[in-house]
Design a protein around this ligand. Structure first.
Ligand code: FAD
Length: 511
């Protein structure tokens, strides 16, 4: 059987890529080795540009369960140091507090709605490739079989077999010094502020909800949710006992980290309740994101500490960067180098996340020197421009994929109003968008093939933008003129393979 693209792994990134490919008209088959989704809790939420990106695909309300667009977060942390974001003129940090299991449910629902095929209980066990296709070997419930596809994408997590079989190195470091314990645990009710969720620990002080908090002895997190038991986590550097973790071990760690006794108890009611010990962690980036017809996304391409929750901000944006480019390669319209621009654009972002995750790890480590470093950082963070710089780094709002004559080129398209609509309401189709808000809509009359959406509404500011399907700006003009028209033709050719010598007019329907 032949398919356009086989995706190994139905985690959040494999499922999101399937949605993107379907939107672009490509047929993916998603293979998932587990017959049922795992109940093991992982992400508690999404942090950064990914929240705005999901909004631009119409998925934010579905995930948040609330009407209306995402709102920036008034505060966050970097290396357990508080960041006052409400003082910023432009706050780039958005948060969506939804457990990973729910994220996967929604993405699978959407992928199936769009017509993707998800095969559970089907494990990729090998592949071979030639110039034309990839032959994927699979172990399914009825035995082994093969699938032929134009491309294979490994979205099979940090231990990715796809990456290993493609011969791609996963360089970086394994750090086994930090022991992280996490449990669903309740504390005496009177210690929790019902308004803020902050925890008052007698003899210690107030610990804000949800944010990493460093003490002289370790790391502590307290998070209370409306629909599930509270989550408490500790981090220490003293080694771990052998054998399965016990709740008593957890209580002792809580007391050591806080330096006082805080009574914690396992929740009543049906579980499963989390009781997890993780020793150490990896921070690694794949040497290449592509080997011929095989590509990597998400944890298969990069792993790092989960501190600050950067994993899905990174991974889901890989998929939205890759989806339309891979569709171009499958459908034959991709200009030279488009598919390779996936690695060129996303690998440096992965390396940057590894850098900031390691920097945060350094800031939470024990010791007087670290305490002094934190004091200095704390002073620097009284300056809003330093706070902004870190907020841009954590959120990924500082990404500029490529230079151009206008400062917006290569950057995330700003949240403009287009008539009565938000830009995010015009991008759920995942198609490239030529947005012409100039007086005479002259750019909208430029030749554009049908696969490019054109929206022309005179507006304020009087600007025209060509926006890639992943939400990044390919071209901008603030005036009418020959130079700008040529720039638009260049950008249409560079990103969407529109021949430069095509005769006008070839305007698609306006929306
Ligand atoms: C404790 C913890 C807390 C975290 N908290 C956060 C957070 O708050 N925010 C955040 O953004 N990120 C967080 N992360 C990171 C986040 O969970 C990962 O980045 C994310 O799961 C990566 O998604 P993925 O789809 O790339 O890989 P995975 O979620 O690992 O999915 C890979 C899928 O591939 C399947 N698979 C593997 N091999 C094969 C094969 N050979 N054939 C077929 N299928 C295969 C697996 O069964 C799995 O379903 C956390 C991680 C951990 C461990």
């Amino acid at each position: 059987m032949t398919s356009d693209v086989v995706i190994a792994g139905a985690g959040p990134n494999g499922l999101m890529l399937a949605c993107e490919l379907r939107l672009a008209g490509v047929r993916p088959i998603v293979l998932e080795k587990l017959p049922e989704r795992t109940t093991e809790p992982r992400a508690n939420g999404l942090v950064g540009q990914v929240v705005r990106m999901l909004d631009r695909r119409g998925l934010y309300e579905r995930l948040s369960g609330k009407p209306g667009p995402p709102q920036p977060q008034p505060g966050f942390v970097f290396g357990a140091l508080p960041l006052r974001l409400d003082v910023l003129d432009e706050n780039p940090l958005y948060l969506l507090s939804v457990p990973q299991r729910r994220i996967e449910e929604v993405l699978q629902e959407r992928a199936l709605e769009l017509g993707a095929e998800v095969r559970r209980g089907h494990e990729l066990i090998g592949f071979s490739q030639d110039e034309e296709s990839v032959t994927v070997r699979i172990s399914g419930p009825d035995g082994p079989y093969e699938l032929q596809a134009r491309y294979l994408v490994g979205a099979d997590g940090g231990h990715s077999l796809t990456r290993k079989l493609a011969g791609i190195d996963f360089r970086g470091v394994t750090n086994d010094s930090m022991v992280s314990l996490a449990a669903n645990a309740v504390v005496p009710r009177e210690l929790v502020d019902p308004a803020t969720g902050a925890l008052s620990v007698p003899g210690y002080g107030v610990i804000p909800a949800f944010l990493h908090h460093r003490t002289e002895n370790g790391l502590f997190v307290f998070a209370q949710f409306p629909d599930r038991p509270p989550l408490i986590a500790t981090g220490e550097w003293n080694g771990a006992p052998d054998g399965p973790m016990t709740f008593d071990e957890f209580q002792q760690s809580v007391d050591r980290v806080l330096g006082v006794h805080l009574p914690v108890a396992q929740p009543n009611g049906d579980g499963p309740h989390l009781l997890r010990r993780i020793v150490g962690g990896n921070s690694r980036v794949a040497d290449r994101y592509r080997e011929g017809r095989v590509l990597l996304v998400g944890d298969a391409a990069h792993v790092h500490s989960a501190m600050g929750g950067p994993g899905l901000n990174l991974g889901l944006q890989d998929t939205i960067n890759l989806g339309w480019k891979l569709a171009g390669a499958v459908q034959g319209w991709a200009p030279d180098g488009l598919l390779d621009s996936y690695e060129a654009e996303r690998r440096p972002v992965g390396q940057r996340v590894v850098m900031q995750a390691r920097a945060q790890a350094a800031l939470i480590a024990p010791g007087n020197e670290v305490t002094a470093l934190r004091e200095l950082f704390g002073e620097l963070l009284t300056e809003p421009r330093n706070v902004k710089r870190l907020a841009d780094l954590i959120s990924g709002a500082d990404i500029r994929y490529h230079d151009g004559p206008h400062p917006l080129v290569g950057r995330w398209a700003p949240d403009l109003m287009v008539g009565e609509s938000r830009l995010a309401e015009l991008t759920d189709s995942g198609r490239p968008l030529l947005l012409d808000l100039t007086e005479d809509a002259s750019f909208a009359a430029t030749m554009t093939p049908d696969r490019i959406e054109v929206v022309a509404v005179p507006g304020e500011p009087s600007i025209a933008l060509l926006i890639r399907p992943d939400g990044y700006v390919a071209w901008v003009a603030e005036h009418d003129g020959v130079a700008e028209q040529e720039g638009l033709r260049d950008a249409l050719a560079r990103w969407f393979g529109v021949p430069m010598d095509q005769e006008r007019p070839l305007t698609s329907a306006t929306r």
